[in-house]
Structure formats: structure tokens, C-alpha cells
Design a protein around this ligand. Structure first.
Ligand SMILES: [Zn+2]
Length: 236
């Protein structure tokens, strides 16, 4: 009696090994991780750029505040001079009044500018906080995904490590001529053995002639698919 089952088991095992090796090389999680890493790096760069701009505007604000203070001091001192009566010359009083008005408008303009800058800084601070929160969340997600990824890789590796022994166990009870024949066919087919289901070769999905099916079910000799040439395996 020809027993192709062990050979079939080896082919299935090889297929599983190949799938696991591919999974090990490039898992979906690994792709997600890469995307996330790029997003985090981009987000950090954006955040730093915004923070730099924020600091530079803050510096401008300090300067404006100093300008305003100086202008207010000038207004106070000139006003004091005018109203204390220390200036008596009418022409000088007029000139001083004009100067005082101009200084007052500088103060008011600078104060308006300060308010505008403060509003701008407020909205930037809000944006910075939002971005920082998003970055932290993404970093958490990355850590979680990375942990899962490593655990999965470990699982795949341990399953893979068991394959050679399982294969050897089957090989030990396999007929050597059959094995040699299989190896020979391996040069042509990735999967030399094809299961037969409902009279169809699952290697090429073509129907098998009745007399071939009969031979297959008798199980005395090797039967090949007349279409694709694979060795046919019918599971009892
Ligand atoms: Zn076929």
C-alpha cells in the first residue's frame, strides 16, 4: 500500500515554515510601527519649530514691554515738568505738549501691540499643549505596539524552532524512494504533492479522469495529475 500521508505532512509543514518565516520578516505590526515612528518624528519636529517661534515672540514681547515702560516714564516726567510750572516759555510749553501727545500715542500703540502679542502667545501655547498631548499618546501607542510585536515575533520563533524536529520524526518513517522522488519533483514544483477533493486536483483545479481516480483509490501505485503533473494524494 502506497502511503503518501507522511509526505503530505512534510509538505504542509514546509508551507507553514515558509509562512512563518515571511511573517517574521515583515509583519503588519512592523509596518504600523514604522508609520507611527515616522509620524512621531515629524510631530516632534513640528512641535520644536512651533516652540522656537513661541520663544522668539515671547522675547519680542519683553522688548515691547520695556519700550512701553520707558515711554510711560517719559510721559510721567514730561507731564510733571509741564504741570509743575517749571516751564514758563509759552513756545516751549506748546512744543512740550505736542511731544507729550506723541509720547502718549506711542504708549497706547505699544500697549495695543503687547495685547495682540499676548493673544497670539495664548493661542500658540494652547496649540503646543495639544501637540504635546498628541505626541505622548502616539509614543504610548508605539510602546504598546512594539511590545505586542516583540511578543508575536518570539511566539513565531518558538513555533519555527519546533519545525525541524517534527519534520525529522516524519522523515524517519518515510520510504526513502518516495522521498527521493519528492525531492526530484521539488525542482519543478514548489508543492509537488496535490490533494484530490471531489475528483479535482487541488494543485491546478482540473478534473481527474475516472480511471485515474480509480487507480488513486486503489492506492497501489503513484498517480500523477494529467494536467499539471503533480503527484496526487487522496486522503482516506
Ligand atoms: Zn493538477
Amino acid at each position: 500500500m502506497l502511503d503518501l500521508k507522511p509526505l503530505w505532512e512534510i509538505q504542509v509543514l514546509d508551507g507553514q515554515r515558509k509562512a512563518l518565516e515571511i511573517k517574521l520578516k515583515e509583519g503588519q505590526i512592523s509596518k504600523d510601527l514604522k508609520t507611527l515612528k515616522v509620524e512621531i518624528e515629524q510631530g516632534r519636529a513640528d512641535f520644536n519649530k512651533l516652540k522656537e517661534k513661541y520663544n522668539s515672540i515671547k522675547k519680542d514681547l519683553k522688548i515691547k514691554e520695556m519700550d512701553a515702560t520707558a515711554a510711560v516714564e517719559q510721559v510721567d516726567s514730561l507731564g510733571h515738568k509741564i504741570y509743575s510750572g517749571s516751564i514758563t516759555n509759552i513756545k516751549e510749553i506748546n512744543t512740550s505738549n505736542i511731544k507729550l501727545d506723541s509720547l502718549k500715542s506711542v504708549v497706547s500703540r505699544t500697549e495695543d501691540e503687547i495685547l495682540n502679542i499676548m493673544e497670539k502667545l495664548d493661542s500658540m501655547r494652547g496649540l503646543l499643549e495639544k501637540k504635546s498631548k498628541e505626541l505622548n499618546e502616539k509614543a504610548d501607542e508605539f510602546r504598546k505596539l512594539h511590545g505586542t510585536y516583540l511578543a508575536n515575533q518570539q511566539k513565531v520563533k518558538s513555533v519555527l524552532a519546533q519545525v525541524p524536529l517534527a519534520k525529522q520524526k516524519i522523515l524517519d518513517k518515510l520510504d526513502i524512494d518516495l522521498w527521493n522522488k519528492y525531492q526530484e519533483m521539488k525542482r519543478i514544483f514548489n508543492d509537488p504533492l496535490a490533494k484530490v477533493d471531489k475528483g479535482i486536483c487541488l494543485g491546478c483545479r482540473m478534473g481527474i479522469p475516472f480511471n485515474h481516480l480509480r487507480l488513486l483509490k486503489q492506492g497501489e501505485e503513484m498517480v500523477y495529475c494529467s494536467n499539471c503533473g503533480r503527484l496526487l494524494f487522496w486522503e482516506r
